[in-house]
Design a protein around this ligand. Structure first.
Ligand SMILES: *[C@@H]1O[C@H](CO)[C@@H](O)[C@H](O)[C@H]1NC(C)=O
Ligand SMILES: *[C@@H]1O[C@H](CO)[C@@H](O)[C@H](O)[C@H]1NC(C)=O
Length: 305
C-alpha cells in the first residue's frame, strides 16, 4: 500500500465524527474487538495506513478494542516479515497471540488488508479459539495471484527481486520457504506443481489434502465479507479478491467462485455459506486499497460495530 492511498481518508468531511459519539457511546462496552492484519509492504502502525484505519475505527465505534497485528518485535521486522517470513509461521504466531489475549475470549471480528485477507482466513480455518465472528477481506487474494504487476509502497526494489524469484521458480522449495508471495502464487498452467508445492495457499484451499476441520471452522463464521477494487492495478487477477480465479490450463479467462470446483464440490463450505447468506461480495470503485472514509463507514462499519 502506498502512502498516498490513504490520503483520501483525510479529505473526507468530519461530520460523521461529530455525530457518532451521541449515537453509539451508550453501547460502548458491548462492542466486539477488531483484529487487523496489514498488507504487503506495510506495517501494523504506519500512521498513514493501518494507524489511520485503527484510529478511524476507534472514533466511529467508541470503546472498541482494536489490535493492528505486528508480526515480529519491531515495525521494521513487521514490514520485512510481510515479504520473507513463512506464512504458516506467521499464522501460527498470530493464533498464539490471539489465544493469549483475555479481551478476545468471547470472540472478535477480523479485517485483513490485501494479503492480510487470506492470512486471516487461515487463522479462521486453523484456530477456532478464540472464535472469529466476521471476516472482512479488503482486497485479499483468496485464490492467490498469477502476476505482480505493481508493487505497493516504497518497496519497488524488493519487488523487482521478488519477480525474479517467482519467475525463476515459485514452486522450488527454497523460494516457497523464503518468499511470502510465492506461498500464494497460483499458476493455472502448472496446476500439479501448484498443488504439490504451494505450502500455504493450496493447503488452506483444500488442494493438497482435504481437512474437514478447515471447512467446519470456516463455516462457523457469521459473515465472510470480500471487497474487490474495481480499478485494482496491484492484484492479478482481480477476481481473486472475490475468491474467483483463472480457469485451469490457460491464463486469460477467469471464473467466479460459484463456477469453481472448490465451490461445486463445496470443499470449504463456501457453497453452504453462500446459500445461508453468509458470503458478502462488495465492490469499491478505486485502485488497490483506495477507499474513502464515507465508503468505509457505509460499507464495512456495519460488520464491526
Ligand atoms: C459495561 O462495563 C461495565 C464495567 O466493566 C459493567 O459494569 C457493565 O455492566 C457493562 N455494561 C454492559 C451493558 O455490558
Ligand atoms: C487439519 O487442520 C488442523 C488445524 O490446523 C490441524 O490441526 C490438523 O493437523 C489438520 N489435519 C490434516 C489432515 O492436515
Amino acid at each position: 500500500m502506498t502512502l498516498l492511498s490513504f490520503r483520501k481518508l483525510f479529505w473526507t468531511p468530519f461530520v460523521l465524527l461529530l455525530l457518532s459519539p451521541f449515537s453509539s457511546a451508550k453501547d460502548s462496552n458491548a462492542t466486539v474487538p477488531l483484529v487487523i492484519w496489514h498488507g504487503m509492504g506495510d506495517s501494523c502502525c504506519n500512521p498513514l495506513s493501518m494507524g489511520s484505519v485503527k484510529k478511524m475505527v476507534e472514533e466511529e465505534v467508541p470503546g472498541i478494542y482494536v489490535i493492528s497485528l505486528m508480526i515480529g518485535k519491531t515495525v521494521i521486522q513487521d514490514t520485512e516479515n510481510g515479504f520473507f517470513m513463512d506464512v504458516n509461521d506467521q499464522v501460527a504466531f498470530v493464533c498464539n497471540q490471539l489465544a493469549q489475549d483475555p479481551k478476545l475470549k468471547d470472540g472478535y471480528n477480523a479485517m485483513g488488508f490485501s494479503q492480510g485477507g487470506q492470512f486471516l482466513r487461515a487463522v479462521a480455518q486453523r484456530c477456532p479459539s478464540p472464535p472469529m465472528k466476521n471476516l472482512i477481506s479488503v482486497g485479499g487474494q483468496q485464490q492467490g495471484v498469477y502476476g505482480l504487476p505493481r508493487c505497493p509502497g516504497e518497496s519497488s526494489h524488493i519487488c523487482d527481486w521478488i519477480r525474479k524469484m517467482l519467475n525463476s521458480g515459485a514452486y522450488s522449495d527454497f523460494v516457497q520457504k523464503h518468499l511470502v508471495q510465492a506461498q500464494y502464487w497460483h499458476d493455472p498452467l502448472n496446476d500439479d506443481l501448484y498443488k504439490q508445492h504451494s505450502l500455504f495457499l493450496a493447503d488452506i484451499n483444500q488442494e493438497r489434502v482435504m481437512n474437514e476441520t478447515y471447512k467446519k471452522n470456516l463455516m462457523a463464521l457469521e459473515k465472510f465479507v470480500m471487497v474487490k477494487f474495481l480499478k485494482d492495478s496491484v492484484v492479478d487477477p482481480v477476481i481473486s479478491e472475490w475468491f474467483g480465479f483463472l480457469k485451469q490450463g490457460q491464463a486469460e479467462q477467469t471464473e467466479t467462485l460459484q463456477e469453481s470446483a472448490l465451490y461445486k464440490k463445496d470443499l470449504l463450505g463456501l457453497g453452504e455459506m453462500d446459500k445461508a447468506g453468509k458470503l458478502v461480495f462488495l465492490e469499491c470503485d478505486g485502485d488497490h486499497l483506495q477507499f474513502t472514509r464515507e465508503w468505509f463507514t457505509a460499507k464495512l462499519l456495519p460488520y464491526i460495530s
